[in-house]
Design a binder for this molecule. Structure first.
Ligand code: IMP
Ligand code: MG
Length: 185
């Protein structure tokens, strides 16, 4: 059996948020950002690849002018636990100096990725930086305690897939977010 076939043997289970739940949460975040940043022109920085589906939906719920940028980061090395090592795979194409930045993240688990990115971006002198995360796993595992202004939903500390989130690059296409239990974890 190939590695891909092996990975596909683990199937997503219980649905934590269906497509309708997600749409509601995203619409609410879009409204809040539109009102908080009224009269400004923020840059939304999306963390690839998990956050891409969220970003695509979120920007269509934002009614004020804004730019988008992408940053390729990796913290999980093909597993289900954060490795603690954040790697920058792709950097921004524009300067963020003097700009209002909103980091758009799919899920905050340990907070390692965000803490690293926040520190790095602060050094580039933006006017402000806030975080918008679709999901945050229970505080217990958020060891870095990053201030997150926008959180769509708090969820239990379980591994999830769908709506951009993957397990070994699979299941990003699911329209809902489901729990994935791995044997032996
Ligand atoms: P952290 O650095 O531990 O906060 O992990 C954050 C990153 O790991 C997120 O940007 C996700 O891409 C990924 N991640 C965290 N939890 C999950 C999960 O349950 N499923 C899939 N990816 C996850
Ligand atoms: Mg991610």
């Amino acid at each position: 059996m190939t590695e891909q076939q092996e990975a596909m043997r683990v199937q997503p289970g219980e649905v934590l948020l269906d497509a309708e739940d997600i749409a509601q949460v995203v619409a609410q975040l879009g409204r809040r950002i539109s009102s908080d940043y009224s009269g400004r022109h923020p840059i939304l920085i999306n963390l690839l690849k998990g956050g891409v589906v969220f970003l695509a939906d979120l920007i269509r719920q934002i009614t004020i002018p804004h730019h988008i940028e992408f940053m390729g980061v990796s913290s999980y090395e093909n597993g289900t636990r954060s490795s603690g090592n954040v790697r920058i795979l792709e950097d921004l194409t524009r300067s963020i100096e003097g700009r209002d930045v909103i980091i758009v993240e799919d899920v905050i688990d340990t907070g390692t990725t965000l803490a690293y990115i926040l520190n790095m971006l602060q050094l580039r002198n933006p006017r402000s930086i806030e975080v918008c995360a679709l999901l945050r796993k229970t505080q217990v595992s958020d060891r870095t305690h990053i201030p997150v202004r926008y959180i769509g939903r708090e969820i239990p500390d379980v591994f999830i897939v769908g709506y951009g989130l993957d397990y070994d690059e699979n299941y990003r296409h699911l329209p809902h977010i489901a729990r994935l239990d791995l044997p032996g974890e």
